[in-house]
Design a protein around this ligand. Structure first.
Ligand SMILES: Cc1cc2nc3c(=O)[nH]c(=O)nc-3n(C[C@H](O)[C@H](O)[C@H](O)COP(=O)(O)OP(=O)(O)OC[C@H]3O[C@@H](n4cnc5c(N)ncnc54)[C@H](O)[C@@H]3O)c2cc1C
Ligand code: FES
Ligand code: FES
Length: 1150
């Protein structure tokens, strides 16, 4: 048998260079080969499971039969290295680089500000690059399809689309509606809208796209494919053998002898199983070179499609056939083609095979129900011969099982011309969880490559971290209080060996007698992290006695996973002989990490230097939890005296590192007939999880924002952080404010519904006006809040849109349009005064170049660019002379976290202070030689023995909040904004599309408008995700189900509003921040709730058709399921809700 021969040599091309691997490891993916063997780290590891697109590469193959070269995008994280024999791979390094030549795709995405943290950018570039290789002048639809599988957590996608749009020919139309439609619906021309918005880039500066400059397909591979007779290929690895037969006969023989060996085609099912479930296949059969599996044959009754054809190929085949036949014959073709467009992403569809999809027998397969309903069948082959098997409900036995015999191979799939009735097929999923008893690391230690297992006993210093009087253990010793708590860490020579080691550690649990998961359970048992807080203005109890109406309600909001594209990552390197460590950490708080490592190792902080180059997104999730992980990594580095790297897999990251706090809000509101709210009493219960983290501060911030934009004369808020047995939650952009205001705004919506008034009127009547005072006694002027509101109404043409939506709703029964407009007043800076300080260090070198260091970290928000701008302005030199290398604790010590939208304010002042010192020192030199150049002054200063290095410091405002007195000045100022949104809702499915969004934001005099607009759009989209899309699901036993992009959906390119306008409020000044600017990182996130309220508005219109008026519950996120059920259509009403207690819910209601 061919499988018994010596291993073959794997040969393929990467970026035009030949790569030969003599002992190819079948378990290696292209991604790990690129990153770990070739050190081509431009291709990123975001999820490892094909769900994020960060690892996108272009694969090119020569087809000898047609003499054509095909290029397709693929996820390198799922591509088995062994499958690349004879292929040419292009990675981002092969496309262009700053060292050689930037490719037009890279240039345009960058110049359109489509890159913030940059982690997604190489994947985006590769998706568009591949598209352009196939279609140099794409349509807008092609662009959005190409980017379907590329997630970005920072930008809001608009700038990426704008950059890519410049490759399209259709200059006059945005094409955003797909199918060639323009989003403007003929209302106004694109020119009119563009006139009002700042030009963010100049298209004329772009390099032209010149296809002749691209890498050619290696001629050697063409010759090879033409001449080499097909022969079996075998690759032998540590635990696995890979055999790629060259003919169907050989394939049948192999499968007969090894019926349990899987056939790997696209590897999109087998790959994740190997990786995430630890499944081991000693033999893999790869039939991708068996031509019979790719044949297509037309018959009078339909078409036979080779089972090996990729889903993309099947779709284009169907699209080609559709116009050739009458409509009634092609219903199945059409249904299948439509479904194919929805399967995964383009990268997945390019490799996933039709046969693989069928044989994976997923209960949630998009294709199998259509194939079964369309009376399709498969032709299978085995040693016993050929047979045809119908793809009906008997075909699928259970999850992953079909009625085919293990040795049978699907050769092709028959898709018939349509007949009349379609049946629907469903499968039953099976899920189980298994626990083992006994704690044992011995097996792990015996595995190849495993060096050590670190437990709590190994921690030489403090084993716990203390916060707010509570202790959090680094590694659990005797008790674990949630699923996902860390117990030990396996140190190994490679990532693969470490994973195998971790899987081999045996841990036994005795179940906690009464675990608490929900806020209700925690409250009942008084399980809180103290202090609980209360704030009151006026006399709420008395006010309720005098109002026309009293209404009570509650609102539940789920948490949110940070989903920064770069997972928690760190490298700790022992250096020197004095117990010294260099920690390279993806953290928002280098000092916090430095201190934590020093405490864990029992050494002074001066022996630990924490370095941060840049961070692939953070959003609050890389402050506290990162330091804990860094401590464990440091202990491993200390114990083994070796450099240790820790990079969490996406699933582990989601499980371990916490999320935004889910909240239950209860409210009682008293109001008058004219809509004035006289009293409100609000209670917030946050689900803090098993450790305290920053939860008490989140509760405080919630209470400080319960007024949002409204002057409610009698206002009371109470807040509690519930201690539960879920993973500990942590800071997330907005730090409780998005939860706080959401409950309030929902309450306002209820008031509007009770009174039957438009919600915007209720908001307007109650909005702060004239000199105002918050419920904690802070005086401020709401003038800019009002201006944002009015301008937003004007720019969005609110009144006309409202009328148009009402008209649309009258004309449509099952589709409804909803509109909403919400304001935001967001407090900037830290109430904990010491956190507002910042420092900087600026060196001027003799050649005039300047090195700036400051305490803030660059995580995509553009802080370094803004600091460069500050230094440039203060020193009077171009930004090109200024460089920021990294943030490190040995250049700027005792830094505060980059958080609270305060990075630019604080660090900008510190950089300015240092630069002003230097500028003043140079003054005498400048006076002597006023016409001299910067370089000449610097040189003269050096010879004059003037120090060319200066520190800068900013003390920050002295803010405080006295919770006993319920008064204070916790914020330096407010950032204001308003957002209009319109959605169209399909009431039968709950599916919706954001038709239009208009944001007006007051950010003072922006230091960098392009960046700030990027922050606003990114935050808005993250808010849209929070309020309408992203859902964390836990099992009843507290296990997080949603541990990857397949289960947890963040906004993708298809979720961007069809029309998305952001305006900056003109003529706004802010005396409290650098150059009169305002902090902007967080405030716009809440504006995503306008989508929620627009959906709620559309739902209300649907309900009114069923005679239902008045307030109704709709929790956040308003997912399609929730929106559909809330519509209370006659169809959903036919399904009575199950009686609570009569069933076991599959997920927790946190
Ligand atoms: C990120 C991601 C998103 C996805 N999204 C969707 C989605 O939205 N909708 C959806 O329906 N699916 C989705 N999928 C599933 C995907 O469509 C399937 O995994 C894919 O079609 C399987 O094909 P494959 O070629 O990759 O199979 P492989 O992983 O290569 O093989 C899968 C199984 O099929 C068997 N097999 C393959 N070919 C044959 C054959 N010719 N004869 C007999 N057995 C065979 C193999 O032995 C193996 O057991 C998604 C997958 C991923 C990773
Ligand atoms: S890393 Fe490959 S798709 Fe996410
Ligand atoms: S820029 Fe896209 S993930 Fe950060």
């Amino acid at each position: 048998m061919s499988a018994e021969k010596e291993g073959d040599t794997l040969c393929f091309f990467i970026n035009g260079k030949k790569v030969t691997v003599s002992h190819a490891e079948p378990e290696t993916t292209l991604l790990s080969f690129l990153r770990e063997e070739l050190r081509l780290t431009g291709t990123k590891y975001g999820c490892g499971g094909g769900g994020c697109g960060a690892c996108t590469v272009m694969v090119s193959r020569y087809q000898p039969a047609t003499k054509t070269i095909t290029h397709y995008s693929a996820n390198a994280c799922l591509l088995p290295l062994c499958q690349l024999h004879g292929a040419a791979v292009t990675t981002v390094e092969g496309v262009g680089s700053t060292r050689t030549r930037i490719h037009p795709v890279q240039e345009r995405i960058a110049k359109a500000h489509g890159s913030q943290c940059g982690f997604c950018s190489p994947g985006m570039v590769m998706s568009i690059y591949t598209l352009l290789r196939n279609r140099p002048q794409p349509a807008m639809d092609d662009i959005t399809h190409a980017l379907q599988g590329n997630l970005c957590r920072c930008t809001g996608y608009r700038p990426i689309i704008d950059g890519c749009r410049t490759f399209c020919q259709e200059a006059d139309c945005c094409q955003a509606n797909g199918a060639g439609d323009c989003c403007l619906d003929g209302e106004e021309t694109l020119e009119e809208t563009q006139r009002e918005k700042p030009e963010l880039f100049d298209k004329r500066e772009f390099l032209p796209l010149d296809p002749t400059q691209e890498l050619i397909f290696p001629p050697e591979l063409i010759l090879w494919a033409e001449r080499a007779p097909p022969q079996t290929l075998t690759f032998r690895g540590e635990r696995m053998m890979w055999v790629s037969p060259a003919s169907l006969e050989e394939l049948v023989q192999l499968k007969t002898r090894n019926p349990e060996a899987p056939l790997v085609m696209g590897n999109t099912n087998i790959g994740p199983d190997i990786k995430f479930k630890g499944v081991l296949h000693p033999l893999i059969i790869s039939p991708t070179r068996v031509l019979d599996l790719f044949e297509v044959t037309q018959t009078p009754h339909g078409v036979w499609v080779g089972a090996g054809c990729s889903l993309t190929e099947v779709r284009s085949l169907l699209e080609k056939l559709l116009p050739q036949f009458p409509e009634e014959k092609t219903e199945v073709f059409r249904a299948l083609s439509q479904q194919l467009g929805n399967v995964g992403s383009l990268q997945i569809r390019n490799v996933a095979s039709l046969g693989g999809n069928i044989m994976s027998a997923y209960p949630n397969s998009d294709l199998n129900p259509v194939l079964a309903a369309g009376n399709c069948k498969v032709s299978v082959i085995s040693n016993g011969g050929k047979r045809e098997v119908p793809l009906n409900r008997d075909f699928f036995v259970s999850f992953g099982k079909t009625i085919l015999k293990p040795e049978e191979i699907v050769v092709s799939v028959f898709i018939p011309f349509s007949r009349k009735v379609l049946n629907i097929l469903t499968l039953n999923p099976v899920l189980w969880i298994k626990f083992q008893l006994g704690l044992d690391v011995s097996e792990a230690l015996r595995l190849p490559g495993v060096i050590d297992v670190i437990t709590a006993k190994d921690v030489p210093g403090q084993k716990v971290r203390k916060m707010f009087g509570y202790e959090e253990v680094l590694l659990a010793e005797t008790e674990v209080s949630c699923v996902g708590q860390m117990i030990c860490a396996v140190v190994a020579d490679t990532r693969v060996h470490a994973r195998r080691g971790a899987a081999a550690v045996k841990i036994g649990y005795e179940d906690l007698p009464e675990p608490l998961f929900t806020v209700e359970e925690a409250s009942e048992k008084s399980s809180f992290f103290e202090p609980r807080r209360m704030i009151e203005k006026g006399n709420v109890a008395e006010a309720f006695k005098t109002v026309d109406h009293v209404h009570q309600g509650e609102f539940r909001m789920g948490g949110q996973e940070h989903f920064y594209m770069e997972t928690q990552s760190m490298l700790v390197v022992p250096v020197g002989e004095e117990t010294e460590f260099n920690a390279y950490v993806s953290t928002q708080w280098p000092t916090g990490t430095q201190d934590a490592i020093a405490e864990a190792l029992g050494i002074p902080s001066n022996r630990v230097t924490c370095h941060v180059k840049r961070i692939g997104g953070a959003f609050g999730g890389k402050v506290v939890k990162t330091a804990t992980l860094a401590c464990i990594t440091a202990v491993a580095a200390w114990k083994t005296n070796r450099a240790v790297r820790c990079v969490l897999e996406r699933g582990e990251d989601m499980l371990i590192s916490g999320a935004r706090h889910p909240v239950l809000g209860k409210y009682k509101v008293g109001f008058m007939n004219d809509g004035r709210i006289m009293a409100a009493d609000m209670q917030y219960y946050t689900n803090a999880g098993n450790t305290v983290d920053e939860s008490p501060l989140v509760v405080e911030k919630i209470l400080l924002h319960i007024d949002n934009a409204y002057n409610i004369p009698n206002l009371r808020g109470r807040g509690a952080a519930c201690r539960t047995n879920l993973p500990s939650n942590t800071a997330f952009r907005g730090f409780g404010v998005p939860q706080s205001i959401m409950v309030l705004e929902n309450m306002l919506n209820d008031v509007a519904m009770v009174l039957g008034h438009p919600a915007d009127q209720i908001r307007e009547i109650n909005m702060y006006q004239g000199p105002s005072v918050t419920h904690y006694g802070l005086e401020f002027s709401p003038e800019n809040l009002r201006r944002c509101w009015d301008q937003c109404k004007g720019k969005s043409d609110y009144a006309a849109r409202r009328r148009a939506a009402d008209r649309f709703n009258q004309d449509n029964r099952w589709k409804k349009r909803g509109v909403a407009i919400v304001p935001i007043k967001y407090g900037i800076a830290f109430a904990e005064s010491f956190l507002n300080q910042a420092a900087a260090l600026v060196h001027v070198y003799k050649d005039g170049s300047v090195l700036v260091s400051h305490g803030g970290t660059e995580m995509g928000q553009g802080l370094h660019t803004k600091m460069q701008q500050v230094a440039s302005r203060e020193l009077g030199i171009p930004p090109s002379k200024i460089y920021i290398s990294e943030t490190s604790t040995n250049t700027v010590p005792n830094t505060c976290p980059s958080a609270a939208s305060y990075g630019t304010d604080a660090n900008g002042m510190a950089v300015r202070n240092a630069c002003q010192t230097l500028y003043q020192r140079l003054e005498p030199i400048r006076q002597k030689n006023p016409k001299g150049s910067w370089e000449s002054w610097v040189k003269a200063a050096f010879f004059d023995k003037i120090s060319l290095s200066a520190t800068g410091f900013y003390r920050g405002p002295d803010l405080y909040m006295d919770w006993d007195k319920m008064a204070g000045r916790p914020y330096a100022y407010f950032t204001f904004g308003a957002c209009f949104c319109e959605v169209e809702l399909d009431c039968l499915t709950g599916d919706y599309r954001v038709v239009r969004t208009d944001i007006v934001m007051d950010i003072g005099r922006s230091v960098n408008p392009s960046m700030d607009i990027g922050q606003i759009e990114g935050a808005f989209l993250q808010g849209l995700g929070l309020y309408t899309l992203e859902e964390l699901k836990f099992s009843p036993a507290g296990l997080l189900y949603t541990r990857g992009p397949s289960q947890y959906k963040i906004p993708a390119v298809c979720d961007v509003p069809l029309r998305f306008n952001v305006y900056l409020l003109p003529d706004s000044h802010n005396p409290h921040a650098i150059y009169s600017s305002k902090g902007i990182g967080e405030p716009a996130l809440f504006l995503g709730s306008s989508v929620f309220f627009a959906i709620k508005d559309a739902v209300a219109a649907a309900r009114s058709e069923s005679g239902l008026v008045g307030p109704f519950p709709l929790d956040s996120p308003a997912t399609p399921e929730r929106a559909c059920l809330a519509c209370a259509s006659p169809f959903t009403q036919k399904i009575p809700a199950s009686t609570p207690g009569s069933f076991k819910p599959w997920a927790l209601n946190m």
